[in-house]
Write a protein that binds this ligand. Structure first.
Ligand code: COS
Length: 407
């Protein structure tokens, strides 16, 4: 049974999104054959990912990862490509979206000079970016980060010095540059114009080139769904002032706004994986003899298929709405959080149900469902765990209600 095409139809998608989806699906089905799941060897993994970056660049898909010609990021295009690639191969989706997320703070908040310096290289596959927000003791509570930035006096050469660590950095160890969120040391933070005493005070965003002295790849991390990841350490890592994104103290808002956009795309990846799982399960159920009929003829199987279809459809609609709101420039924090939460939780359920339908063969290594079972899990954790999305949804709702009451 041929993999069902994603439709990307109105009202949330424009005609060019539907075309993009068709073209990307046709392309991805040809490259995925070569895009094998790599081993835990980090060198081999980096090579595989670099090759994928090249292929994505040559095919023109990376131009959708960053804005160009002063146009804003097309978030729906981002989602179309994530859903389509994730449906074919999780590593392809990872490589594709990291070009976008890693460069995201520059795309959304970078100066003209920073955009000109970094974004074309990302779009051409000449530079691989990474997003370094989490720390071992500051994951869900991002405002607790302790990586420190110290402003250096002109006598010391100016710019900033970074000291501390970053954890769970996707593309860590293979990236050409990192967006690092660090806190200006208290003496400096309290002298900021705002006299901000909040937990997020002083947090600032910096672009750190991979070859900057003092940036150390502390540890490579092996994952159940392998992709490049590392813990980083900064030891007297000096960067110039023009490597700061936005103003001092704007880093937390930059991180949150970037995640508000990319959480919609996580939902898209979840929908892609769930669709693939349902495809595998339905294909199998239609040809598997069972009790004198086929597995698909059993009412219990049909109930399971109906549940899967509805879970996917619900996720897809929330994702489409969130991406559409982003593109309309309308508030989308709550919609993105809702889309990510529902889509990733549903995708996990759909993949699990598909494994159950297909039985023993689905847990054999390298079976598409065995791979999806491992691939889908991290989506409920990265870019804000499901519990964080629930928190965001509730906070936004309570804030809207109290705003309405005070008007
Ligand atoms: N957009 C813009 N600004 C935002 C924002 C958003 N979506 N969310 C929060 N902010 C601002 C708030 O307006 C507030 O600003 P002021 O201090 O000027 O009032 C500030 O940030 C602090 O907000 P808040 O008090 O809500 O922050 P919390 O520390 O309570 O944390 C959550 C908020 C939990 C939402 C945040 O820590 C989070 O998203 N955690 C998950 C992190 C994550 O996804 N990590 C994955 C890393 S990438 S794999």
């Amino acid at each position: 049974m041929a993999l069902q095409q994603n439709e990307f139809s109105a009202p949330f998608w424009d005609a060019h999104h539907a075309n993009l989806g068709r073209q990307a699906a046709a392309w991805a089905s040809t490259v995925v054959h070569h895009a094998h799941r790599s081993s835990d060897d980090s060198g081999e993994m980096d090579n595989t990912c670099r090759q994928m970056v090249q292929k994505l660049a040559q095919a023109g898909w990376l131009q959708y990862a960053v804005p160009s010609n002063n146009k804003p990021l097309d978030v729906r295009a981002l989602c179309v490509l994530r859903q389509t690639f994730a449906q074919q191969n999780a590593l392809l989706d990872f490589v594709w979206v990291m070009q976008a997320l890693g460069a995201g703070p520059i795309s959304l908040f970078g100066s003209d000079t920073q955009r000109m310096q970094y974004l074309p290289r990302v779009a051409q596959g000449l530079a691989v970016p990474a997003f370094a927000l989490s720390e071992l003791h500051a994951g869900s509570d991002a405002a607790a980060l302790t990586c420190q930035a110290t402003r250096l006096s002109p006598a010391m050469g100016g710019g900033y010095e970074l000291n501390g660590e970053k954890a769970w950095v996707s593309n860590g160890g293979m990236a050409d540059f990192y967006i690092v969120f660090a806190r200006l040391e208290p003496a400096v933070a309290t002298s900021l114009k705002t006299q901000n005493t909040k937990r997020t005070a002083g947090i600032s965003a910096f672009i750190v080139d991979a070859n900057t002295p003092g940036l150390i790849i502390e540890q490579r991390v092996s994952l159940m769904s392998p992709h490049p990841m590392a813990h980083l350490r900064f030891d007297q890592c000096r960067i110039s002032t023009n490597q700061r994104i936005g103003a001092e103290g704007e880093g937390f808002a930059i991180a949150m706004c970037t995640l508000d956009v990319f959480r919609a795309s996580v939902a898209a990846a979840a929908v892609g994986m769930a669709r693939r799982a349902m495809h595998e399960a339905v294909s199998y159920a239609r040809q598997r003899p069972m009790s004198g009929q086929f597995l698909a003829d059993l009412a219990l199987t049909q109930a399971r298929i109906a549940t899967m279809a509805a879970q996917i459809q619900a996720a897809e609609l929330l994702m489409a709405q969130a991406a559409w709101l982003c593109d309309q420039g309308q508030p989308h924090t709550q919609a993105s959080a809702m889309a990510k939460w529902v889509a990733t939780e549903n995708a996990q359920k759909v993949v699990d149900a598909a494994v159950q339908m297909c039985g023993a063969r689905a847990v054999v290594a390298q079976h598409p469902l065995e791979q999806l079972y491992r691939d889908v899990r991290a989506l409920r954790i990265y870019e804000g765990a499901s519990e964080i999305q629930q928190l965001i949804i509730a906070r936004e709702l309570l804030r809207t209600v109290s705003d309405a009451e005070s008007n």
